[in-house]
Design a protein around this ligand. Sequence first.
Ligand code: FDP
Length: 458
Amino acid sequence: MGIPGILVAGPLVSVAIPGLLLILIVGLVSEGAASFLAGSTDLVLARLIRVVEALAMPSWAALFRGAWLGAGRHRGVGGRRTRRLTRALREGIIPRPAITLTAALVPGSGWCGRRGCFSDLLRGSMPETSVTTLSRHIVEEERKHPHATGAFSSILYDIALAAKIISREVNKAGLVDILGQAGTTNVHGEAVQKLDMFADAVIYKAMDHTGNLCCMASEEHSDVVPIPDRFPRGNYVLLYDPLDGSSNIDVNVPIGTIFSIHRKITSGSDGCLEDCLQPGSRQLAAGYVVYGSSTMLVYTSGAGVYGFTLDPGIGEFLLSHPNICIPAGAGRTYSVNESYTERWQPGQRRFMDELKREGRLSSRYIGSLVADVHRTLLQGGLFMYPADARNPRGKLRLLYEAAPLALICRQAGGGAIAGRRDILDLAPTELHQRTPLYIGSLDLVEHARACVGGESEF
Ligand code: FDP
């Protein structure tokens, strides 16, 4: 009988048998036994449909209509009858459960008992799409490395899970005015956690117990964050900015999470500061999540840049931007906080004057690093946060902002500099070290280097 048969065993006893008997009795009485049963399966089923419609039994009607459409010899996917059935399935004329039930109950309907043909039909009724989930992408990437332990893949899964949880909370952020301000208590008397602290805790908790990491570092913690004693240690270091641009939450502007993964370089099982203070060029992977009009995860592990968009309906990141490359040419923008012009050094002012004189670029500045860099990555252009009189070392953090974004940009065919030097070549000396940043299309990055490199100490 198979799985469909087992599934319908209960309803069969209580509903199907009495229902079938009723239909048969009414059919036999109304049409006469001989004529009711005479003819092909098609004809008998057509009569059954007439009877159940007269009895106002819509689910039985759907059942017999399914059987009628499929009755006779199965002609394979693409056959006339199969096409009729497939169309009926797709248009919802026959509900899937009715088909399953029919397959189990009506021998001779052409496709019951033929599991292969039946599943072909169901498959044929699905919209034709080729969807790559993040999970599938990670598995396929891992297969290219026969010696991979799976630890690295597991870190990416866990980051994606944390991103989904953060995304859900970010989407609710507008409700804080209704449910209570962050840092106060909500209507339930519970403390409302600040969203950046929440994001930090979500990422830490998603990663602390897996045995893949030896330590972490986050923008929210002044020191290296250890793995709790009760959990095993691994060979990787995770550096992250849990919620970058969080001052924009209140005004519904996109914000983001940035992450960077290094291999542990010290001996001993616990990770330490030295494991965190590695130049960006040694990153094994880097990525960001932008919580905007949709939630997107963009990452690289050194073999191209891939973008995945979260489908909230199924809770999956789906590959939407395979192999991202920064476009060259038209449509590009420069992005900088121009209100700081008076604080800039002469080279930076000269550079800006040249860009404006050339008139090839438009201007965009969101003031949320992930969102500004994301736009630059997809549309081309240049994002800048230069050193200035108030921030002589720049504002952005090297380890968990500039370096991961620089790796992504480099992998997408762009560049990232601090002034004179490439961001990826800077050797950090402090966990929360700041750096100036010029990131985007390669020609514009080199133009910036030519203008500001001479006066920059970085
Ligand atoms: P925020 O202060 O809102 O957290 O790194 C922090 C950051 O935002 C970046 O996301 C953003 O690009 C930058 O600061 C904005 O700084 P300015 O307000 O000085 O332009």
